[in-house]
Design a protein around this ligand. Structure first.
Ligand code: NAD
Length: 303
């Protein structure tokens, strides 16, 4: 029997598919680090989402570990170098949640531009703040997309349907229909809205810092549904307070949950709308992610 441990929530049908295979002995329960370390010597396939940090220590305890399955896209919670050194295959599901993240990006963008979250909050508190909530249209305005991969492209298609002008910067993508590829400085200079869809790595960490923000248009709206670490949130906070940045819409934070002093301050600002890392959290995306991941794992195991 091949020992499979699922340490973060996985779509029920995907889990059932795994459990239906008689060759597999499957457990599904979130174990904190110490308990997971204890279990690791038995585990051959470890499945996680983003909550479990599969660091070198965990990988080294997994003396029988063959596959790490990441139900999602980003691999920043997995030490892929340590996995590679030990010949462990890391499988993820690129693209399976792209539409969900792109749709949330639009929800965030509209909410920041039209004060939807603030309007809701005020009304619930019995306030009629109509005069304070004049916003901005998307039509005819310029969206700059940083990172034109699976999600960035879905965002671009939707922006074109909103009749926005779309600019993008991505060193690996030469062209995409309806989108003008530009360099970063041009993107900063001309965009009314900037949305980030890059992976978190050494090159992208804090790429949106004080210097980058300085190059942006006054009154820009920044949307981030990629990874929190790509924005220097202290610099963003300063720019939101000064008015350089009109509003920010954030699904992700460098610290999650964002409960430290800086993040608390950031979330208190009227011009910040935020969601708790729910970009891929739709029934449809989770079904697709679970199914694709399990199929890839079964194929890799040859069963
Ligand atoms: P992808 O790999 O398809 O696309 C990423 C793109 O970024 C690539 O085209 C790459 O060339 C480009 N890129 C890399 N470095 C860059 C740089 N320095 N400047 C500009 N472009 C750069 O990935 P994706 O599926 O589109 O995911 C994008 C991001 O969204 C990832 O960080 C992923 O972790 C995140 N994500 C978030 C959620 C959520 O719940 N909010 C869900 C899924 C994915």
């Amino acid at each position: 029997m091949i020992r499979v441990h699922v340490n973060d929530p996985l779509d029920q049908e995907a889990l059932n598919l795994l459990k239906s295979r008689t060759q597999l002995d499957v457990t599904s329960e979130h174990l904190e680090k110490e308990k997971l370390l204890e279990l690791m010597p038995q585990v051959e396939v470890l499945i996680v989402r983003s909550a479990t940090k599969v660091n070198r220590e965990i990988i080294e305890k997994g003396t029988k570990l063959r596959i790490i399955g990441r139900a999602g896209v980003g691999l920043d919670n997995i030490d892929v170098v340590a996995a590679k050194e030990k010949g462990i295959k890391v499988l993820n599901t690129p693209g399976a949640s792209a539409v969900s993240v792109a749709e949330l990006t639009f929800g965030l963008m509209l909410s920041a531009a039209r004060h939807i979250a603030r309007g809701t909050k005020d009304l619930k508190e019995g306030l009629w703040t109509k005069k304070e909530l004049e916003g901005h249209e998307l039509f005819g305005r310029t969206l700059g997309i940083i990172g034109l991969g699976m999600i960035g492209k879905e965002v671009a298609k939707r922006a074109l349907a909103f009749e926005m002008k779309v600019l993008a910067y991505d060193p690996l993508v030469p062209s995409f229909q309806g989108v003008e590829m530009v360099n970063l400085d041009e993107l900063y200079k001309f965009s009314d809205f900037i949305t980030l869809h890059v992976p978190l790595n050494e090159q992208t960490k804090h790429m949106i810092n004080a210097e980058a923000i300085e190059k942006m248009k006054n009154g820009v709206i920044i949307v981030n549904a990629s990874r929190g670490g790509v924005i220097d949130e202290q610099a963003l906070y300063n720019a939101l307070v000064s008015g350089k940045v009109y509003a920010a819409a954030l699904d992700v934070f460098e610290v999650e949950p964002p409960q430290d002093e800086l993040r608390k301050k950031l979330l208190q600002l009227q011009n910040v709308v935020a969601t708790p890392h729910i970009g891929a959290s739709t029934c449809q995306a989770q079904e697709r992610v679970g199914k694709e991941l399990v199929e890839r794992i079964l194929k890799e195991l040859g069963i």
